[in-house]
Design a protein around this ligand. Sequence first.
Ligand SMILES: [Zn+2]
Length: 97
Amino acid sequence: MAAETIGRCRCPLCSSDRARLSLAKSKLSVLTCNACNFQGFSRSDRSDEKLRALLIAEPIEPPRDDPPAPPAPVAAAPQPAPAPRTPMSWGVLGHVI
Ligand SMILES: [Zn+2]
């Protein structure tokens, strides 16, 4: 079974941002850089944490359990016409100049 890819990260050796961080059977992360052929295996929680810190936010594949939301309908519903203003009744004060 292929190693589970966690995401893309920056290679600590050649600074390529196309290195890959994957999960070994030990559940510790492995850094693989195709630019300089570096492979780095974390062997403890501490190094695992350090390797994961190199991760670049965007994952290579979107998580399957989180499908992108369908685009919201753009067409706006017709706005209701503004209610006609009823003229204020000044009946009581009608004769004031
Ligand atoms: Zn590299």
